[in-house]
Design a protein around this ligand. Structure first.
Ligand code: GAF
Length: 416
């Protein structure tokens, strides 16, 4: 059964693959290869754009970017990916809001955002990408791509951002800008921060309101636990109206309650805050959100932040095994109050629990993508088999899976 999991590339193999693709495409050596991981979030969902807390870990699965700065054609950006059809050429002068479209928006958007942030024109380069981060699985394949490219551009253009966590936070910000402005996905920033700042053996506690972070030791193996990640393979797309609508709703609620962000509210504030929500709200796209829905959205955000605190407290005491009910409550809140789950995600959560998982929840933005289950190590195979059988009975596609261990942030690879 273990051979049936999505494996990360073996050490050295990802860099070798990206470098080989680079040579085959451009007929020259790259200046180097940089890599950055996908992530899975333990708890704290849809809180990062609300000034709240979240708790991601970096996956061992990474995206590899072989990069070379070109001297001659300083407006030309050349890109190729092992996961895409044909090489592309993009004129840097044209990169900007919502252009280009498709996968090249992410790397070219990072160059655009770094240019804006630093005043150095980050143009004139060739890129070859390979990746083992599952694509479209809600495991941040786009952030892994942005961050791998960002690290490479940082070095070959001598920007000096990646040396310490403060600089990396700025680099993450440029990757977020690329995603928000050029790719047009109004995401919150957890994924890029995880990809650039996580440490092996730790979860990253991000306080997006205070702008602070803490590395929380997470020794699941010491407790005999494993984190099973199940990719439902249900279509998942963040560049759609639902994610942006949730974000816009939260911003409208915060304004009505009289706070800057919903993360300023504690669970005790909920009754008064809910009472302040009177009358429907109309979002910029014309969607009308009724009062009852506003109150449920508010309750999700505030209770989810409290669940992050509770999981961190348990992890600090080596009692992660007791976090199951908190993960279950997170799933229920995302399903019922925030309404970002889907039948496939609900089925992973319920089937995993039936088979003995300690707790299970959807992870990431939702509307498809992946769910996680906290499982005793020797139950991983049984839980996965049970989930797959339930999917077969429901007529859903066979889900993919991996076992997540907290890995490290992006870095330069030893040359392949
Ligand atoms: C996606 C987004 F990219 C993140 O910023 C975050 O909002 C997440 O959904 C939900 O917690 O991964």
């Amino acid at each position: 059964m273990r051979g049936d999991l999505i494996e990360a590339f073996a050490p050295g193999a990802g860099a070798a693959r990206a470098a080989a693709l680079f040579r085959a495409t451009y007929g020259i050596e790259p200046d180097g290869v940089w890599s950055s991981p996908g992530r899975v979030n333990l708890v704290g969902e849809h809180t990062d754009y609300n000034g709240g807390l979240c708790l991601p870990i970096a996956l061992p699965h990474r995206t590899y970017a072989a990069l070379r700065r070109t001297e001659q054609d300083t407006d030309g950006l050349e890109l190729v990916s092992a996961q895409e059809q044909a090489p592309s050429r993009v004129a840097f002068a044209r990169v900007g809001p919502l252009w280009p479209t498709g996968w090249t928006a992410y790397p070219t958007g990072v160059a655009w955002a770094l240019t804006n942030a630093t005043g150095t024109t980050v143009a004139g380069w060739q890129l070859a990408v390979d990746s083992c981060v599952p694509y479209g699985a809600g495991l941040s394949s786009s952030a892994a791509l942005e961050c791998a490219v960002g690290l490479g551009l940082d070095e070959v253009f001598g920007l000096g951002l990646s040396a310490d966590d403060e600089g990396r936070a700025l680099l993450a910000q440029a990757c977020i800008e690329a995603e928000n402005v050029v790719a047009g996905a109004a995401t919150g920033g957890m994924d890029q921060s995880a990809s650039l700042l996580c440490r092996p053996g730790h979860a990253l506690l991000l306080d997006t309101g205070a702008g602070t972070r803490r590395h929380v030791p997470l020794d699941m193996a010491a407790e005999g636990l494993a984190l099973l990640v199940v990719d439902t393979r249900a279509p998942h797309q963040l560049v759609d109206g639902q994610y942006a609508a949730r974000r816009a709703t939260c911003e409208a609620i915060a304004a009505r309650v009289g706070v800057r962000v919903l993360g300023e509210l504690a669970p005790d504030d909920l009754p008064a805050a809910a009472a302040a929500l009177v009358g429907p709200v109309t979002l910029p796209d014309g969607t009308v959100v009724d009062v009852e829905t506003q109150r449920r959205r508010l309750r999700h955000v505030v209770t989810e932040i409290a669940r992050v605190r509770a999981v961190v407290a348990l992890a600090a005491q080596g009692r992660l095994a007791e976090a199951g009910p908190l993960l279950d409550a997170s799933h229920a809140s995302l399903r019922d109050d925030y309404e970002v789950s889907c039948p496939e995600l609900d089925l992973v959560a319920s089937a995993a629990r039936e088979a003995g998982a300690l707790g299970a929840r959807m992870t990431g933005g939702g509307f498809g993508g992946s769910a996680i289950a906290l499982v005793e190590q020797d139950r991983v195979d049984d839980v996965l088999a049970h989930v797959r059988a339930a999917f077969a009975r429901a007529g859903f596609a066979r889900p993919d899976a991996l076992v997540a261990t907290p890995a490290g942030a992006g870095n330069k690879e030893e040359q392949a």
